[in-house]
Ligand binder design. Structure first.
Ligand SMILES: Cc1cc2nc3c(=O)[nH]c(=O)nc-3n(C[C@H](O)[C@H](O)[C@H](O)COP(=O)(O)OP(=O)(O)OC[C@H]3O[C@@H](n4cnc5c(N)ncnc54)[C@H](O)[C@@H]3O)c2cc1C
Length: 320
């Protein structure tokens, strides 16, 4: 029997949505291995969030201490490693967010564990689990076997549904925290980007612009606002300095899988597709009928975005 431990992510007094997706991956894994599902919740003043996690049926381990206020991998990794040992976890996972990517390799090192990152699904037979993960910007899917007794992984949240409340409520345990002295990092500041629009990775609808906008994102933003959407961008638009870095979608940007993704003036390079091809419905607006983006689009509009987007925006507004 191999227990599974998922590390929760929280901020601003709320659980991050990606955590529920990671829990659903953990639940699938526990069902395969016959183990129990555990969740580690770290931070300061986070105890009230434990009940929502326990409602998924997982057993929750809460480490609530001033030293854990900020998600410093240096401080959190030893605590998670201790929780993993205490609950007999053979699998330790988290969402492949900036925090998960920072934290989990350190947890793996402490547990002497092999690690698979950005996992899309589980393969193999019964309890012999393999990890499916993308390589070469998602053009190749590798099936990875981890040979160490403890296995660490991060999952792409877009590939797993959000965990619903389980049949039963899991127990909640308080963990005595021992953060080692002499940490090599310290928290200086957290500068949150405030926006009226939904967060890119959590939005139901994303409207993205590329080099075809020639730096004028007004039609992209107007359509996004009419749809209540987040705004994304190709790397070409970000590199040109037209829009902020945190709007970038793709291999070296954010991975999104909204219900609707509109790509305007974006050619569809593989590195961009790597970040959005899991979207449920893809609409491409491009004036080049041979643009590669049309190969993955559900709806393609061969048009000038400066005419098509305002027309679409008017239609959306009129339908409200
Ligand atoms: C290691 C690496 C990592 C990368 N990571 C990323 C990443 O994370 N995200 C990413 O996006 N890219 C990434 N790239 C860059 C990627 O290869 C492409 O260069 C980039 O995606 C191109 O952006 P684009 O589609 O906006 O521009 P282009 O490829 O120049 O396409 C512009 C498109 O706009 C169309 N167009 C022009 N005018 C109009 C108009 N008026 N109306 C409608 N359509 C119009 C054109 O027909 C064209 O298809 C990466 C590259 C490398 C090497």
């Amino acid at each position: 029997m191999s227990n599974v431990l998922i590390v929760a992510e929280q901020g601003g007094g709320q659980l991050r949505k990606a955590t529920l997706h990671a829990i659903s991956a953990g639940r699938a894994l526990a069902a395969r291995t016959g183990g129990a599902l555990h969740v580690a919740l770290l931070g300061q003043g986070v105890r009230p969030l434990a009940d929502a996690l326990a409602a998924t049926g997982a057993e929750v381990h809460v480490a609530d201490a001033p030293a854990l206020e900020h998600p410093l991998a240096d401080a959190w990794a030893p605590v998670i490693a201790e929780i993993a040992k205490a609950c007999g976890a053979a699998y330790v996972g988290a969402a492949a967010t900036a925090q998960g990517k920072d934290l989990l390799p350190r947890v793996a090192a402490r547990l002497g564990a092999g690690m698979a990152t950005e996992v899309l699904g589980f393969g193999g037979d019964g309890a012999a689990v393999t990890f499916r993960r993308p390589m070469w910007a998602g053009n190749v899917l590798a099936e990875v076997e981890i040979a160490t007794p403890v296995k660490v992984f991060t999952v792409r949240a877009t590939e797993f549904p959000a965990a619903e409340p389980g049949a039963g409520k899991g127990a909640v345990h308080e963990v005595a925290v021992q953060v080692p002295a002499g940490l090599r990092t310290r928290h200086v500041a957290f500068r949150e980007v405030k926006s009226e629009r939904p967060e890119l990775t959590e939005a139901r609808v994303v409207v993205s612009g590329g080099r075809g906008t020639k730096g004028d994102f007004k039609p992209v933003e107007a359509l996004a606002d009419a749809l209540g959407a987040a705004v994304g961008a190709s790397r070409a638009a970000v590199d040109a300095g037209w829009v902020p870095n945190d709007w970038q979608v793709g291999q070296t940007g954010k991975v999104v899988a909204p219900d609707l993704y509109v790509a305007a003036g974006i050619s569809g390079a593989i590195q961009h597709l790597a970040g959005m091809k899991g979207s449920k419905v893809i609409v491409a607006v491009n004036k080049d009928p041979d643009a590669p983006v049309f190969q993955i689009a559900d709806y393609g509009l061969v048009a000038d975005l400066f005419q098509a987007l305002p027309a679409l925006t008017e239609k959306v507004k009129a339908s409200k």
